[in-house]
Design a protein around this ligand. Sequence first.
Ligand code: SDX
Length: 430
Amino acid sequence: MSQDAFRLISPNGTELELPVRTGTIGPEVIDVAKLYKEQGVFTYDPGFVSTGSCESDITYIDGEQGVLMYRGYPVEQLAAKSSFIEVSYLLLHGNLPTTSELEKFEGTIRRHTMLNEGMLNFFKGFRYDAHPMAMLSAVVGSMSAYYHSEMDASNPDHRDIFAHRILAKLPTIAAAAYKLNTGQPFIYPRNDLNYCQNFLHMLFAVPAEPYEIDEVAAEALDLLFILHADHEQNCSTSTVRMAGSSGANPYSAIAAGISALWGPAHGGANEAVLKMLEEIGDVSQIKKYVDKAKDKSDSFRLMGFGHRVYKNFDPRATIIRDMCHKILQRLDRKDTPLFDLAQELEQVALKDDYFIEKNLYPNVDFYSGIIYRALGIPTSMFTVMFALGRSVGWASHWREMISDPAGKIARPRQLYTGPAQRDYTPIEKR
Ligand code: SDX
């Protein structure tokens, strides 16, 4: 077999060579684009377990080795040495910024954090207990109603302006949603604060008294945003790419990604983990719930465990677990039963044959909610926190997709299993 092709023998005996393409690192791909035209058959891969949807330079994951790299930089190094704003520049532009590039980029983000005043009216229409993710996707979708004069995807400046607006305004929208839920007045952003300080200020400040930024919390958020920033072709990022591939405006594509992230199998898992830990309640109940997770007749799954790609430790979970421990200590939190329960649950699951055999390890969502809770962020806001970090990944992938000269509208095919052709039956004869 030639090194650069896969040779197939079709059911009718014809031979077909399919080109193999090699990336920088990671599995090769078989290019099946011509398969239907030449053989009249589709490939079939529900959930895209073995299917690459695109070529990308942004993020690389090795699920067996537990590797995650943004533009070639290991996430462990970025978590230890970088900042979310610097990582955002890296993901958007492909390289780490110089000092002047970073200052310019950070200054631009700081000066785009305000919302059009009219957008604040949306929050007057939501019920006081509206889920923040519902508000986030709705208000982000409305951005295309405010910025339609700068949505020409072929214009590089417009692509930059879109990315800056998404990165800068999501925290303001997220904080506004939280303030609606609490019944407190909206707090305007401040340009004298950095990204995470500003978000904490918009979340927790009240007009009645001065608010002192908790630097421990700001540092923890910055690290969590770095770890959530991107993850190659995950469900929500693929949604952004698919929506954007039709030429839909980028704000609507991001709103679609936010909706996809909300699912408990995806970004909604961090909220589901806390609810699960509270339902388990005590270490004495762990075995009962681990058994439920193993019971095929029971739909219960151990939230925060398992991953489509990682069949080893999710490197983000390891970093978050260590940080969780440090945060709880530095916040002098005595009431750490949830963290203690989570660690015990992890130990029990990792020793269980079912979880070992199926390579089910804690993922990024397993510990993150415990930190958010320790910082005073309510469970309903956990997936919003995930969206804030992932926003730059979505924007980076949209830009990569829309800049691809060979780009096409995403339009999968299917295996049809419905009825063969039949004729209309008048109602009196049915
Ligand atoms: C994220 O894609 C990404 O990169 C996502 C993400 C990102 O950064 O964007 O990393 C973020 O979404 C993390 C995942 C958060 N979700 C959860 O924690 C929810 C619980 N986990 C599962 O629902 C599940 O593990 C998935 C959805 C994460 C992965 O599902 P897959 O790859 O489709 O695997 P599967 O459902 O086919 O499971 C394989 C087997 C099954 O058993 P069998 O049918 O082979 O007998 O493992 C079992 C599953 O029943 N299994 C679990 C389990 N997860 C999988 N059993 C119990 N508890 C679990 N959590």
